[in-house]
Design a protein around this ligand. Structure first.
Ligand code: AHR
Length: 495
């Protein structure tokens, strides 16, 4: 049993935890969009609203999901937005391509459908434009179609397709992974291409926020140096971070679990390094945010070639409590980096990769990662606070503690504390203080007998939150016993 002290510092405020840090990502890949979010014509018996699965829609509303990126991923650099508007039966059939997958794509889920779904779920839309096979004109047209209030042929078309008012989409990505699947550019060539796109897009709508494709340090430096005299063209720099844990999705070895946690924790350093590069290259001339618009665990089993008897489609994986704890660790880092991290999107929202929701036929279940997001919901929009944690080091780690925590204060003066116990064999007796004048109003725990526990069609609620007891400590604050491999959220209100 580990003895841990946590001190919240309500006066040490880091910054606002933007709702955009709790974003998600829907790509036309595997069963994420089609058969996950949106029904295929062959699965019409599942209850739906305008083709979107009702169960998935409701679950995402309640998670919640403040931001949603679409349509890719690698898919975006093959996507032509005009294919996805107008009467569904007249839409062209194309090849849907991403990550080695090539499928028939009937374009049923297009701009209007996606933006309707965002409105229903309360998500801010984030559209990824096509640089690989598109043109500045094509992307300018998409922007005009979505955002212009003037009377033009394109906006008449939008109205004819059912949207009287402009959609007002703020966030636009100029390509995706253009150092790889998005055209195999080198950094300077992409920077010049980006500059052209961004300049023309700003003419169409000067109020949009544009996301440039970043990558590793040399790429990011070259990109920013090339854009140095045109820094007003860039608002966010996109980077991606997947981690693998050096083992399989259900590999029980301690080494694999701790490796996974360590890699997840390093996401914060990656954000800091990217922010440092931006600071050094642009100085005071422009504040450009780090857009971690794809992140999560990518297990070796999640690949193009899959076994249909064990999983529903390509790039799917079993999503365990261990994965969820790794996601929670990443969210803690997001809070600490909220001054430089401008948005983040977990990859992906349904079925594919580190999904909070999975489906099989008519069945739908929330993964432990869904519950982690829901248990973090009170932090969204709140002010991140500094937290001091005194705990021993996690086995196999030189830096990561067994117990970690994050705290925030919302506009109604409620304090939220989230604590993780990453140790696989030891529970922790945690004393948390720094909460003078506040009383515990709600406490919830997420854990299971095994870190590999997961939900499934057969056992959708095997891992789900439950209440946890905390007792007032004689030294002030509260005492709580946190089981091994668990996380808990404590809500504290003014007395
Ligand atoms: O999320 C799956 C893929 O990973 C995306 O299409 C691509 O951007 C990344 O390589």
């Amino acid at each position: 049993m580990e003895d841990v002290r946590i001190t919240i510092k309500p006066d040490a405020q880091i910054g606002t935890i933007s709702p955009r840090l709790y974003g998600h990502f829907a790509e036309h890949l595997g069963r994420c969009c089609y058969d996950g979010l949106f029904l295929k014509p062959t699965s019409a018996s599942v209850p739906n609203q305008k083709g979107f699965r009702t169960d998935v829609l409701e679950a995402l509303k309640n998670m919640p999901m403040p931001l949603l990126r679409w349509p890719g991923g690698c898919y975006a650099d093959h996507y032509h937005w005009r294919d996805g508007i107008g009467p569904v039966e007249q839409r062209p059939r194309r090849l849907g391509m991403s990550c080695g997958e090539t499928v028939e794509d009937d374009n049923r889920l297009g701009t209007h459908e996606f933006l309707w779904f965002c409105e229903q779920t309360g998500a801010e839309p984030y559209l990824a434009g096509n640089v690989g096979t598109g043109s500045p004109q094509e992307m300018c047209d998409w922007l005009e179609y979505c955002n212009s209030a003037l009377d033009t042929t394109l906006t008449r078309l939008r109205r004819a397709n059912g949207a009287e008012k402009p959609f007002g989409v703020k966030l636009w990505g100029v390509g995706n992974e253009n150092w790889g699947c998005g055209g195999n550019f080198d950094a300077r060539d992409y920077a010049l291409e980006y500059r052209r796109y961004a300049t023309m897009l700003r003419h169409v709508d000067p109020h949009v926020e544009l996301v440039a494709c970043g990558f590793d340090e040399p790429w990011n430096r070259t990109l920013l140096q090339t854009l140095r005299n045109h820094v007003d063209t860039i608002d966010h720099l996109s980077v991606h971070r997947y981690w693998h844990g050096d083992g399989g999705e259900l590999d029980p070895s301690e080494r694999v679990s701790y490796r996974l946690f360590t890699e997840a924790a390093l996401t914060e350093a990656f954000i800091q390094q990217t922010a440092d590069i931006i600071r050094v290259e642009l100085g005071e001339r422009r504040r450009v945010g780090v857009a971690l618009d794809e992140w999560g665990i990518w297990h070796p089993e999640a690949r193009l070639q899959f076994n249909p008897s064990t999983r529903g489609g390509p790039y799917e994986q079993v999503s365990t409590l261990r994965d969820a704890l790794a996601a929670a660790l990443v969210l803690e880092g997001f809070h600490r980096q909220c001054r430089v991290l401008s948005l983040a999107n977990l990859a992906q929202v349904v079925n594919v990769l580190h999904a909070p929701i999975q489906t099989r036929g008519a069945a739908m279940w929330r993964t432990p990662t869904y519950h982690v997001f829901q248990l973090h919901a009170p932090h969204i929009g709140a002010t991140a606070l500094e937290v001091e944690v005194q705990a021993s080091l996690l086995p196999h780690s030189d830096e990561l503690r067994c117990v970690t925590a994050t705290a925030s204060l919302d506009k109604e003066d409620n304090l939220t504390l989230t604590i993780l116990n990453l140790h696989l064999d030891q529970s922790a007796t945690v004393h948390f203080g720094g909460i003078e004048g506040r009383v515990l109003s709600k406490a919830q725990l997420l854990t299971a007998d095994s870190p590999l526990a997961h939900n499934s069609a057969e056992r959708p609620n095997a891992v789900e939150p439950q209440p946890i007891k905390a007792t007032e400590s004689t030294q002030g604050g509260y005492l709580v016993n946190l089981p091994k491999h668990s996380m808990a959220t404590f809500r504290l209100k003014r007395k």
